[in-house]
Write a protein that binds this ligand. Structure first.
Ligand code: SAM
Length: 316
């Protein structure tokens, strides 16, 4: 049976760089941990579980758009291309459009390498006609694709509104790099649109507490990477909707006074103090197109769902 090829861009996630990044964040007056650390193997499984929640509208809604407009999307993207899925996760979204867009090569890029190695062989088994490649990479600073990725028409795929985890400046930097690597292809981008608070609160603080488990797991990831002694029981998941910044913010709140240590460092948290773990920026169709234009994209096809919760844009 055909097996996917793997390549890790190790320079983007050297263990020392990851440690330094975590310690720097913990030593900030507003402690923070980058959201990419939410995704070890368990975190990726927890995120996949979240996508099955009816409250987590981004997945449900994006799926509705794919189903309704699959043929139009395929017409815009063309066929026989190389589909590069950024932050591929369980690869289910790409799989849902394989039949329509018929890529000749599928490249799944993700920081969560163990999870990628679990899901990609199964996908390859189902689609032996598509050449598949897994790329382990942290693209938060730099998108450096392996030279072995075919130079045929490259279509990037960045669904799930993962772009919302970045600030506008960081998002613009990533879009610049996508534009310059996309050859004659383009970018199929999923973006979450601003909506009423109740929907956001239910999605990011769900009643089954899956998002809480997903967020708290970041402390275990940090313990593994910097050998610290966070106790998950000392913190709780909490969110804020920051209207001026048009984003949902995820935090872990200390339930009591705690001191956390690691080699060469400690950090004390007062009860109620917060660790910032994720931003999820929301856009309007106009504001995301403006960001895409600033990166050199000039032609857009845009599809939205019946409630205008989410937009899918093919940009060239
Ligand atoms: C919100 S999930 C989206 C998964 C899937 N694309 C979807 O839409 O359901 C974000 C994915 O991006 C990956 N990811 C997050 N930050 C990353 C980074 N800096 N570099 C590479 N992958 C990253 C995570 O491991 C995770 O699989």
């Amino acid at each position: 049976m055909q097996q996917p090829v793997y390549e890790n861009i190790e320079a983007t996630f050297s263990p020392q760089n990851l440690k330094d990044e975590i310690v720097k964040g913990l030593e900030n007056s507003q402690a923070c941990i980058s959201p990419k650390f939410l995704y070890d193997k368990l975190g990726s499984h927890l995120f996949t579980a979240i996508t099955y929640l009816p409250e987590y509208y981004p997945t449900v809604t994006e799926r509705e758009i794919f189903l309704k407009f699959k043929e139009e999307i395929a017409l815009s993207m063309g066929s026989n291309h190389c589909l590069i899925d950024l932050g591929a996760g369980n690869c289910q979204k790409a799989e849902s459009i394989f039949d329509a867009i018929k890529p000749s090569t599928y490249v799944a890029v993700d920081f969560s390498i163990e999870y990628l190695q679990e899901v990609l062989p199964k996908l390859q088994g189902k689609y032996p006609e598509i050449k598949m490649m897994g790329v382990g990479m942290d693209f938060s600073n730099h998108l450096s694709l392996p030279t072995s990725i075919p130079n045929i028409q490259r279509n990037f795929f960045y669904p799930g509104s993962s772009i919302g985890n970045f600030s506008q400046t960081q998002a613009g930097h990533l879009l610049d790099q996508i534009k310059s690597s996309s050859d004659q292809g383009g970018l199929l981008l999923g973006v979450d649109l601003m909506k009423e608070d109740a929907v956001l609160l239910n999605a990011y603080d769900d009643p089954l507490k899956l998002t809480a488990a997903f967020n708290l797991n970041i402390l275990r990831v940090v313990n593994t990477l910097i050998n610290s002694n966070f106790n998950v029981k000392d913190f709780r998941h909490t969110i804020t909707i920051n209207h001026p910044m048009q984003r949902v913010e995820l935090y872990l709140e200390a339930l009591r006074d705690v001191t956390v240590s690691w080699a060469n460092g400690t950090r004390s948290f007062k009860a109620g103090e917060l660790i910032h773990t994720e931003n999820s920026h929301k856009y309007s169709v106009t504001s995301i197109q403006a960001l895409l234009k600033a990166s050199g994209f000039s032609r857009f096809k845009t599809w939205t769902d019946s409630k205008d919760y989410f937009a899918l844009i093919y940009a060239q």
